[in-house]
Design a protein around this ligand. Structure first.
Ligand SMILES: C[S@@+](CC[C@H](N)C(=O)[O-])C[C@H]1O[C@@H](n2cnc3c(N)ncnc32)[C@H](O)[C@@H]1O
Length: 317
C-alpha cells in the first residue's frame, strides 16, 4: 500500500523516516523520493540477503540511485541500536509492513513456499535462530500443536503434531517442505470451496513461531512511541488477525499515541489485482502525541561512522 503509506506519513514534512521492513524497498523508495533536501530514510530488515540485494538494486536503477536511503540489517524492535548506529535521536515517522516479501516466497531454499520443495527453514534471518525443521525436531507434541493452533488457527493442529512426532519416532524427522506438506494433506480435510491449501495455516504458524513475530511486534509497539517525535506517525500493515489485534490495542490504549484510523485501511481493488497477496493487508496509523521522551532524552551516540556501517543486530531476540 505505498500510496497510502506516503499519504499518511507525509514525508515532505519529515527529516528522518524509518522503514522497519525494507524488503524489496518499495516503501523506502516511495518515501525517500518525497523527503525534503537533507532528509534521511533509514531502512532496516532482518534478512541480510534482502538488505544486500535491495541496496544493490536501488543503486543500480537510475530511478532510485542517489536517493537518501541507508539500509541496515537488524530487527525493527531494536530501534535504539539503529538510531545510535545512524547517529540520530529520533525519527519523524515509521512504517512497518509485516510478514514476508515476494522475493523470500520465491526462494526455494528458504521454505516459505509450499508449492515446491526445499529445506524447511522459514527464518527471515537464516544466520540465526532455530529453523522450522529444528523446532519440529525438538519441541514436544503439545508445543507443536499449540503453536499451529495459536498462530495458524488450524483446527487440525493436534493431528498434524501427532504425525510430526510419529515421523520423529520412526527416525525420519520432518526436514523438508514436501514432507510437511504431505503431513498437512493427510491431516487437513480439503476446505469446502478449496480456497485454502491444507498447509497454509501450518506454514504460517511455524513462520510466526521461529521468527517470534508477535513477541517482536509487541516489543516494538512498546518502544516505538519513545523514538518518534511528537506529531510523527506510525503506520503498520499487518496480514494476520493476531498482528492486527496487537496493533489495534496498542494504538487505542497507549497514552503516547492517538489512533488516526478507526477502522483499518484496506488495499484498493487495483492493488489486489496487481498483487493478490495484498488482499488480506490491513493498515493502521497512529500519531505520537505530547512531549515524547525522544525529545527529552537524547539517544546516546556511542558508535562512530565506520562502526555504524558494520551495524548488525547479533543479539538474541
Ligand atoms: C512484506 S515484506 C516488506 C516489503 C516492503 N515494504 C517493500 O515495499 O518491498 C516484509 C519484510 O520484513 C522483514 N522483516 C520481518 N520481520 C522483521 C523484523 N523483526 N525486523 C526487520 N525486518 C523484518 C522481512 O524479512 C521482509 O523482508
Amino acid at each position: 500500500m505505498p500510496d497510502e503509506v506516503v499519504q499518511w506519513l507525509r514525508p515532505e514534512s519529515c527529516r528522518v523516516l524509518l522503514d522497519g521492513t525494507f524488503g524489496a524497498g518499495g516503501h523506502s523508495i516511495a518515501l525517500a523520493q518525497r523527503l525534503p533536501p537533507g532528509g534521511r530514510l533509514l531502512a532496516v530488515d532482518r534478512d541480510p540477503a534482502a538488505v544486500a540485494a535491495t541496496t544493490r538494486r536501488i543503486e543500480e536503477d537510475p530511478e532510485s540511485a542517489g536517493l537518501p536511503i541507508e539500509a541496515f540489517c537488524g530487527s525493527y524492535h531494536r530501534l535504539e541500536r539503529l538510531l545510535t548506529a545512524a547517529d540520530e535521536t529520533a525519527v519523524d515517522g515509521v512504517v512497518l509492513d509485516l510478514g514476508l516479501s515476494s522475493d523470500q516466497l520465491a526462494d526455494r531454499d528458504r521454505g516459505f513456499s509450499f508449492t515446491g520443495d526445499g529445506p524447511l527453514d522459514l527464518r527471515f534471518d537464516p544466520t540465526s535462530g532455530q529453523t522450522a525443521a529444528d523446532f519440529l525436531a525438538a519441541a514436544s507434541e503439545f508445543d507443536i500443536a499449540d503453536a499451529i493452533y495459536r498462530y495458524g488457527e488450524e483446527r487440525y493442529s493436534r493431528r498434524i503434531a501427532r504425525a510430526v512426532v510419529q515421523r520423529r519416532q520412526a527416525r525420519q524427522p520432518v526436514r523438508t517442505v514436501a514432507e510437511l506438506v504431505e503431513i498437512c494433506r493427510r491431516c487437513v480435510p480439503r476446505s469446502k470451496n478449496h480456497d485454502i491449501h491444507p498447509a497454509t495455516r501450518t506454514f504460517q504458524a511455524l513462520r510466526i513461531t521461529v521468527n517470534q513475530e508477535l513477541a517482536i511486534l509487541e516489543s516494538a509497539l512498546k518502544v516505538l512511541p519513545d523514538h518518534v517525535r511528537p506529531g510523527g506517525r506510525i503506520a503498520i500493515i499487518s496480514f494476520h488477525s493476531l498482528e492486527d489485534r496487537l496493533v489495534k490495542q496498542a494504538f487505542r490504549s497507549d497514552p503516547r499515541l492517538q489512533a488516526l484510523t478507526r477502522k483499518p485501511l484496506r488495499p484498493t481493488d487495483t492493488e489486489v489485482d496487481d498483487n493478490p497477496r495484498s488482499r488480506s493487508a490491513k493498515m493502521r496509523v497512529a500519531e505520537v502525541v505530547g512531549d515524547s521522551p525522544a525529545d527529552r532524552t537524547p539517544t546516546p551516540r556511542r558508535m562512530g561512522a565506520k562502526e555504524a556501517a558494520r551495524y548488525r543486530d547479533e543479539e538474541e531476540e
